[in-house]
Design a protein around this ligand. Sequence first.
Ligand SMILES: Nc1ncnc2c1ncn2[C@@H]1O[C@H](COP(=O)(O)OP(=O)(O)OP(=O)(O)O)[C@@H](O)[C@H]1O
Ligand SMILES: [Mg+2]
Length: 164
Amino acid sequence: MAPPIRLSVPGTLLYRPIAVRTVAEAARLVSCSPTNDIKDPTIDPLVHDVRHPFDTAVVSAFMEIFNNIAIHAYQRRGGGTIELTITPTSDSLLIEVKDSGRPFDLGNVVPLPADLDEESLPEGGMGIHIAKTMLDDMTYTPGPPNLWRLYKRLPAAQVAVGRS
Ligand SMILES: Nc1ncnc2c1ncn2[C@@H]1O[C@H](COP(=O)(O)OP(=O)(O)OP(=O)(O)O)[C@@H](O)[C@H]1O
Ligand SMILES: [Mg+2]
């Protein structure tokens, strides 16, 4: 198995696109979704386009967790790093996210009511629920350093036809 992909960025929202781009391309390695062809002048190579459901789920979950680290753990002040260790396999992706910000108790995040409809959706406090819904497994170990493990399997039905 190839060694994991590692990236360290400052813990502020300014660096989120760099981390997201890395995560998106790692997801693409698993889903085998096509990348933009930079030789095609009709496609802007700077547009970061993820369409495969596996890629969009992984990116959505990761963005929520990154936001929370920058906003809640580092309290928008930066001052620390967000370290990613990404392990793609042929049918799964594991993203480990480490930070040295303020730890918290994930168990205190109130669950969404079961009978939720559009009118009763809360305005905030959705990030953790979104991330959980998008992934097969999500764990958080408070530190410091705090460690998130975000895990998603590629459903057999989404395995690209003809991948090598
Ligand atoms: N990495 C973190 N470090 C410290 N506290 C956190 C962290 N992630 C979440 N929290 C706490 O858990 C709460 C719920 O997080 P969640 O992402 O669900 O909602 P939110 O960030 O408040 O709002 P939204 O994500 O919908 O904009 C946060 O308000 C915050 O108190
Ligand atoms: Mg949030």
